[in-house]
Ligand binder design. Sequence first.
Ligand code: AMP
Length: 258
Amino acid sequence: MHSNLEGAHISGCERLAPVDRVESLAAAMVRRALQHPKGQADCLSLTIEAVSPASVQTTSLLDLTTIRAADYHQGRRMAAELLQRAGVSALAVASAVGYMAAGAAPGGTSMRGAMLVDAVDGTRLEPDPSRGVRASRMDLSESAETELRQRLALRGLDNPHVREALVLATKVMSAPGIVAELCWSDDPDYTAGYVASREYGYVRFAHLKPHGEERGGRAFFVCRQEVELEPLIAYLERSVLLITEVGEIGGPVDWEDV
Ligand code: AMP
């Protein structure tokens, strides 16, 4: 589901489910577009596509850790350090943070999808800087979703932002040639964000942007020696991934403990 208000992106959501759940999932997505904190959508598209069961790959969810951050300045400093530990150059981190803070789509608004950022020199690689690349066709199995919701609830984190971002980051990190991901939301009330990498899993920071900020975004950092862009984009957008196992959902830790 994608929704817009006066031409600007408001919200998006992806699900993968058996056909008997399609109707209730569609209703939930429409409700969400009409009750979004950024305003009621005036244009909403819902696409429903059949996928062949034989094309479904399965995997386990990334582990989640929360790092305490007093404010978004501290959060961004720690996120930058973590990205570098995961193999992204300081130049590429600065480039992605700069684009996201300024609004990475032309005109300084949020993109509908993610930037692809060269993990060495920080250049943007996505063919369309307004749409970006959309990770799609991934979800939790029903049993994994139940398990995840219970584990997140113990940490006070059982909300759609965290659930959907964990699923998205798991798909992104399963893609060959992706080094790490950086995300903060375009929802003005939601200041948290994360860095995902294979080594450290999904690392959440309570603050990666100031409250009230509508510019959000995602950067997928790419190792260009490892992958060609076209198959990478096809994997992120078209391959089908079902997450059947849930990882660890850790409690908050200080940066020094990472
Ligand atoms: P959200 O976490 O939904 O607030 O989204 C934050 C930003 O991530 C958006 O502004 C988009 O730039 C990007 N984004 C949202 N959904 C996707 C997706 N499915 N694939 C890639 N990027 C996305």
